[in-house]
Design a binder for this molecule. Structure first.
Ligand SMILES: O=C(O)c1ccc[n+]([C@@H]2O[C@H](COP(=O)([O-])O)[C@@H](O)[C@H]2O)c1
Ligand SMILES: Cc1cc2nc[nH]c2cc1C
Length: 351
């Protein structure tokens, strides 16, 4: 199936109401579970039933290098992408240890790291060795952008074929907060000043330079339009990133299969915006997990109308924030499976 030919259903309101009725009937104060109830209702709307499983699950991490890193926009040396990709499959990075702690499978996909990795554990589908430097040239061709989206979609579909009930999306790529900022600015008609943040912790001086690089790249590509731009392929090819395109593709697979996808941080928000521009309504299938500390997070989350559950100033990336919502998912399942009802306990409330 092509990533842009999916049949999206709206959330199932009947199952959502059935879930809320079920929760209201449990032996606890009405609405006592707060936003956990919102999460349960959302899941029922996605799965179209109140009887769903939230295991097994898999985190898909797309990794690639970004040519724009050569403009001095990141605090991190480029080689970290290649090193951490292997380190991740050896279970030592943030997302890897959290995935293990919360029982989630993990797979790293190399869609454009600027090195040949020596690990059989990383799945390699190299679209190119790093993107072009967006300040000087398009980050990738339109056909490379389509390949990134299609590959991410195919890997998402494969994850569901394997039996996974939930997927999470992560990424790895030095310099990719610059690409994500440019994608968000281009699609929403914002300026670099409004969306650029410190990424992997850059200084004030580098931040000012990063803002200039984003603004100049948008101008070079003719994407500095105050009304925003509605052509996601042009935006991805001009100022995007391979790992962010693939991430968007995996999100589209969740929509195609009517299963939830857990977002992560800032990079995932830019991919979500791309995916939702390709397929309006896709945000219904996205579970916002945590609010990244990255400064542009508010603008893009507001545009997507997503309100993350966790807000603890994290900004590691990799899918690590998404992993923190897994205990919440297990909590929802346990509540639905093991709690008593008001009738069973013979409790009557007088509001
Ligand atoms: O998840 C986030 O919100 C997040 C925010 C800032 C940085 N990161 C991670 O840091 C890397 C990009 O940072 P930078 O400064 O090189 O653009 C990339 O590998 C991301 O996984 C992640
Ligand atoms: C060490 C390190 C790990 C990362 N994981 C995701 N982005 C990262 C950036 C750095 C610098």
């Amino acid at each position: 199936m092509k990533y842009n030919e999916i049949q999206l259903l709206p959330l199932d309101k009947v199952s959502m109401q059935a879930m809320q009725d079920k929760i209201d009937n449990l032996a606890k104060p009405v609405k006592g579970l707060g936003r956990l109830e919102e999460l349960a209702d959302h899941l029922a709307g996605i799965y179209r039933t109140t009887a769903f499983d939230l295991r097994p699950r898999k985190c898909l991490v797309f990794a690639a290098d970004n040519g724009v890193v050569h403009e001095g926009v990141s605090a991190s040396p480029q080689k970290i992408t290649a090193i951490q990709a292997v380190n991740m499959m050896n279970n030592h990075t943030t997302v890897a240890v959290l995935a293990k702690a919360f029982d989630c499978a993990l797979q790293v996909y190399d869609v454009g790291i600027k090195a040949d990795l020596h690990s059989p554990l990383v799945k390699v589908h190299k679209i190119r060795y790093e993107t072009g430097d967006m300040l000087k040239e398009p980050a990738m061709t339109i056909s490379e952008a389509e390949e990134a989206l299609q590959y991410g979609f195919d890997m998402g579909m494969q994850a569901f074929d394997e039996g996974n009930q939930v997927i999470a999306t992560g990424e790895l790529g030095m310099g990719n907060t610059t690409a994500a900022s440019a994608i968000i600015a281009a699609l929403l008609g914002k300026s670099g000043q409004q969306v650029v943040g410190r990424g992997s912790n850059i200084s004030d001086k580098r931040l000012a330079h990063k803002i200039e690089v984003v603004n100049a790249s948008l101008q070079r590509a003719g994407l500095d339009n105050k009304e925003g731009n509605q052509d996601p392929l042009k935006v991805l090819s001009e100022v995007g990133a391979l790992e962010l395109g693939a991430m968007a593709g995996a999100m589209l697979a969740a929509g195609a299969r009517h299963k939830p996808v857990l977002l992560d941080g800032f990079l995932s928000y830019s991919a979500a915006l791309l995916a939702n521009t390709i397929q309006p309504g896709l945000t219904n299938y996205m579970i916002p997990t945590h609010r990244s500390k990255e400064q542009g997070s508010k603008i893009v989350l507001d545009a997507l109308e997503l309100n993350p559950y966790i807000d603890i100033n994290m900004c590691v990336g990799e899918g690590s924030g998404a992993m923190l919502l897994l205990p919440w998912l297990d909590g929802v399942k346990a509540i639905l499976t093991n709690m008593n009802t008001l009738q069973e306990m013979n409790f009557n409330f007088i509001p």
